[in-house]
Write a protein that binds this ligand. Structure first.
Ligand SMILES: Nc1ncnc2c1ncn2[C@@H]1O[C@H](COP(=O)(O)OP(=O)(O)OP(=O)(O)O)[C@@H](O)[C@H]1O
Ligand SMILES: [Mg+2]
Length: 642
């Protein structure tokens, strides 16, 4: 077999190498001559670069470089480096025949002759495009992720090292907590906790819990850089590497202050609605009981008074009777308070100068308090008048002062003050307008939340059986509400209580309408009258009749308005009709109206313990409050039939 002709310049004279090199398709292995021209080509080179051996042999290898790299003289530099240093290794973008770029790893070794003279270069190139693309896409997705995390503004997203030191920080964290990245990275995250929480070990507790349970979720107050608080919802997750070693914690914090506040406001509204519904129901119940009770007391008092006049003057019996009358009177006072709570008492609307009223009460108040307690009165220089019932307002203030006294030691101090407040808008409890706020402040024991929430309920007392009725604040509450105002209570245990009565300021047109009330003439015995008494309650009917007879008058009894009208139609001659107001079928007011039409000269006196509104405000009817005693009855009769 003839020997293949040996080309002296060929570096690949041995066919066995040729076969080997052509079998390698994962590497481009080829040679360059000393100037950088392609001198051999293998299958791998063809595969990645796309050139056939015939078209590339003799071409300069710089054509594989990108135009930029070529312009920068990269190809020659690589050769020089290989020649001088014995090897060049690098990675970079190269161009395939079809113009596509590919990323390759290149090694260039110089090839030297026996004497060390440079003959050319061996070039081994590997296509790493896929790996490069995978790396790039990983890098890109990591970068996108970082941008995403950093860009989130509604959540504070950041990481802690295993000891709780902050290692990174996003825009949301900066927005919510106020610290910039530079200020906070490297600090311990307990920075965001209140001093109390830090003292209680809260920060580490969160991390330990996250470690133990794999996650920690909580809510609580956190502190911003400017010292303000916000309510945070927090999640902490431990982060471990592939080997399971803890490398830190991921922390997500959200500011939910607004949400929590909205929820609190809703709860407060619900609670106050519940309170007002409860008071409403209690009011109806109390009013109903008081109304019936009032009638019964009326019977008892009326009858006792009559009996007292008629029994022989025996001291023992008289004492007992007086006790009974006193007991009944105390009962009547209670029912008055109950009616007041139920907003069902008869109130007189009058102009009240609060300062004058308080001044007038000073002596009485000081007596109620004892010499050691001090009352301080603080009023502004001028105060507009209130529209309210002055007697009831006095009662209300007295109740508040007595409560203050009971809550304090002997040397306590009470402040009575007044101020005018303008409400621009309806605040749920009060309508917009001007109010005078009269307040009684003590520095006594105060009330806890539980007591405070029940304080104005009828019969709620902490003073023990026989000491308090629990109707004081109920009366004040009902009176204030019925007068278009309200009772406000504020109290701190151990520090004291402030009770405020808000009452509407009298408006201009009312001020003009008010005329001075003529004082009542002194009570003198009236002539003997014949009175038609009307009441649907037979007990009340009988006792009223007895009272009248005892006063020297005579009484005709009717059990209903219709019965009364029938008697009058039958020609019953009477000087006066005394009728109950609240009756079934035809009310006392209706009866009065019919009498006014048919017997215009006949006076009618309405008796009521209940502030049933007269349906026709046009009729101004004389009125007597139930229960009344003989004196009060006498007074009313004298006015009507002098
Ligand atoms: N100034 C106050 N300081 C502390 N607690 C108070 C004060 N005012 C009222 N309270 C609490 O509210 C409860 C109810 O008061 P309220 O005036 O209605 O009834 P009372 O004072 O107990 O009985 P009464 O008024 O018939 O004497 C009291 O028992 C007390 O517990
Ligand atoms: Mg009281």
């Amino acid at each position: 077999m003839p020997q293949a002709k040996r080309k002296p310049e060929s570096l690949f004279s041995d066919d066995r190498y040729r076969v080997l090199l052509d079998a390698v398709t994962d590497y481009a292995i080829y040679m360059l001559d000393i100037d950088g021209r392609v001198a051999s080509w293998n299958a791998g080179a063809k595969r990645f670069k796309g050139y056939e051996e015939a078209e590339i042999l003799g071409e300069h290898f710089s054509r594989f470089y990108t135009p930029d790299d070529r312009a920068a003289g990269m190809p020659q530099r690589a050769l020089d480096k290989a020649a001088h240093e014995g090897r060049f290794e690098g990675e970079g973008w190269r161009i395939r025949k079809n113009g596509e770029r590919f990323w390759c790893h290149v090694v260039i070794d110089p090839i030297r002759g026996k004497n060390g003279q440079l003959l050319g270069y061996a070039k081994v190139t590997r296509d790493l495009t896929e790996r490069k693309l995978a790396e790039e896409s990983l890098k890109q997705s990591e970068q996108q992720f970082r941008l995403l995390v950093e860009g989130v503004t509604d959540y504070a997203l950041y990481m802690l090292d295993p000891t709780g030191v902050i290692t990174n920080w996003n825009t949301g964290a900066q927005r919510i907590k106020g610290y910039s990245r530079q200020e906070v990275i490297g600090q311990h995250y307990s920075l965001f906790f209140s001093t109390e929480d830090v003292a209680n070990g809260e920060p580490m507790r969160g991390l330990n819990q996250a470690l133990a349970d794999g996650r920690f979720e909580s809510q609580g107050w956190r502190i911003r850089k400017d010292g303000t608080r916000f309510w945070a919802s927090v999640v902490v997750d431990p982060i471990r590497n592939d080997l399971g070693v803890l490398i830190g914690f991921a922390k997500i914090t959200r500011d939910i202050t607004d949400q929590i506040e909205a929820q609190r406001a809703l709860e407060k509204t619900r609670e106050s609605l519940f309170q007002s519904q409860k008071m409403e129901a209690l009011g109806r119940l109390t009013g109903g009981i008081a109304h019936d009770f009032n009638n019964l007391l009326m019977v008892v008092m009326g009858s006792l008074e009559v009996v007292r006049r008629r029994v022989p003057q025996e001291p023992k019996v008289l004492t007992l009777l007086d006790n009974a009358i006193q007991g009944a009177q105390r009962g009547a006072t209670l029912t008055q308070r109950m009616l007041a709570f139920a907003r069902s008492q008869k109130l007189v609307e009058e102009l009240v100068d609060a300062q004058e009223l308080v001044r007038g009460m000073a002596e009485m108040l000081q007596r109620a308090l004892g010499p050691q307690m001090r009352i301080e009165v603080r009023f502004p220089l001028s105060l507009r008048p209130i529209l309210a019932d002055s007697n009831q307002l006095e009662m209300a203030l007295l109740n508040l002062v007595v409560n203050a006294r009971d809550a304090m030691a002997d040397d306590g101090q009470i402040i009575i003050s007044a101020r005018e407040v303008r409400l621009a808008a309806d605040d749920g409890a009060l309508q917009a307008g001007s109010y005078i706020c009269l307040s009684v402040t003590d520095n006594g024991q105060g009330m806890d939340a539980q007591t405070l929430s029940h304080a104005r309920e009828p019969f709620f007392t902490t003073k023990g059986v026989g000491k308090g009725t629990g109707l004081g604040l109920s009366m004040v509450h009902g009176f204030a509400e019925q007068s278009g105002g309200r009772l406000a209570l504020e109290s701190v245990v151990g520090q004291g209580t402030t009770a405020e009565i808000w009452l509407p300021v009298a408006q201009g047109d009312i001020l003009d309408d008010v005329v001075d009330v003529e004082p009542l003439p002194p009570v003198t015995a009236s002539r003997a009258l014949r009175v038609l008494v009307v009441d649907d309650d037979p007990l009340v009917l009988v006792s009223t009749a007895a009272m009248l007879e005892d006063l020297g008058h005579s009484a005709v009894q009717a059990e209903s308005a219709l019965d009364a009208l029938a008697r009058l139609s039958d020609g019953e001659a009477v000087d006066l009709v005394l009728t109950d107001l609240a009756m079934p079928d035809l009310s006392g007011a209706d009866l009065a109206r019919r009498i006014k039409q048919r017997w215009p000269g006949l006076p009618v006196l309405l008796a009521s313990g209940y502030a049933d509104k007269l349906e026709d405000p046009g009729i101004e009817l004389p009125h007597i409050g139930k229960p009344f005693n003989q004196n009060e009855l006498l007074e009313a009769l004298v006015v009507l039939c002098p």
